[in-house]
Write a protein that binds this ligand. Structure first.
Ligand SMILES: O=C(O)C(=O)C[C@]1(C(=O)O)C=C[C@@H](O)C=C1
Length: 293
């Protein structure tokens, strides 16, 4: 089985793939999220694993936008992983790391460490890499540049970098959610390592075009009176005009035969369009400390 992920090796997405699928599968790194999504749509790989949301920084808009506007695929599984960000430099700079003149990482990783960067490297510019792993790889290949990467401990090991400060993310609770994507709405695969926490269903809802008052309230009440627990609601631009948005709603339940189809039919009767983005099991990777307790 071939699993694609946002690469290169040792990104957080790669860690999520290893934790969920184990070492037996073939792991295929892609430079960008759209490349990884295109590969699963084209059948080059069996599943794509991409980041969707971080607890500190919010949604990974690129993932949802690409799924909605370019490659309709299903979310067939979810993996939530703890995220620990470390500052690392080329080993030749380990004694002068405080003199770095640039910090390099994925935009979400930089955002997770804004307070740290402001206090420790006030005014030092940062640049965005396609992933934390790509930033670590760059630092290892450019010893002549006084640049540090923000990435995970496996990336430091993989690219031979020296971690000079650990856990530099600004808030202790730092987790990222990853989606497992596939062209069909099923994951005929059991993780050898993780047990599911709960079932979930994700819907995309577009409101009627005639801008009725209370439309969103009506959408929410279709779920509320059926006691369908919504764990997330997110709006994204439809890219058809200012003020045109669709909603992505997560419900804490697998797709059933009664309640979710009932809510869908009610919304469609109100003039909404409702699209199933996936019904799947959600898994979580335990932090080392959580594993011990
Ligand atoms: O750059 C990586 O290592 C990724 O896997 C991407 C990503 C993200 O898109 O949020 C994943 C987890 C972390 O929150 C930082 C970056």
């Amino acid at each position: 089985m071939r699993i694609g992920f946002l690469g290169p090796r040792a990104t957080f997405t790669h860690l999520a793939v290893q934790a969920f699928f184990g070492e037996e599968v073939e792991q295929v790194a892609y430079k960008t999220i759209p490349q990884c999504i295109d590969a699963v749509a084209a059948g080059e790989i069996d599943f794509a694993v991409v980041p969707t949301e971080n607890a500190l920084e919010g949604s990974v808009n690129l993932t949802f936008d690409y799924l909605i506007h370019e490659q309709p695929l299903y979310i067939v599984g979810e993996i939530v992983s703890p995220i620990e960000q470390h500052l690392m430099v080329h080993p030749s700079r380990k004694n002068e790391w405080e003199n770095i003149t640039r910090v390099y990482s994925h935009s979400h990783a930089i955002a997770q460490c804004h307070k740290f960067l402001h206090h420790k490297f006030n005014g030092v510019p940062y640049d965005y890499a396609s992933s934390t792993g790509a930033a670590a790889q760059y630092v290892s290949q450019h010893p002549e540049e006084p640049v540090a990467a923000i990435a995970n401990a496996l990336a430091a090991k993989e690219y031979g970098l020296e971690i000079v400060m650990t856990n530099i993310h600004d808030y202790h609770y730092n987790h990222t959610r990853f989606a497992i994507l596939h062209p069909a709405n099923q994951l005929e695969y059991k993780s050898p390592n993780l047990k599911p926490d709960k079932g979930k269903t994700t819907l995309m809802i577009t409101l009627p075009s005639d801008d009725q008052s209370g439309a969103l309230h009506q959408v929410l009440s279709a779920f509320t009176w059926r006691k369908l627990n919504m764990s997330k609601i997110e709006s994204r631009p439809m890219k058809t005009g200012l003020g045109n948005y669709f909603f992505i709603i997560d419900i804490d339940m697998l797709l059933d035969n009664v309640l979710i189809p009932g809510a869908k039919a009610e919304l469609e009767a109100l003039g909404c369009t409702v699209k199933l983005l996936g019904s799947y099991e959600a898994y979580s990777i335990k932090q080392n400390k959580e594993k011990e307790s």
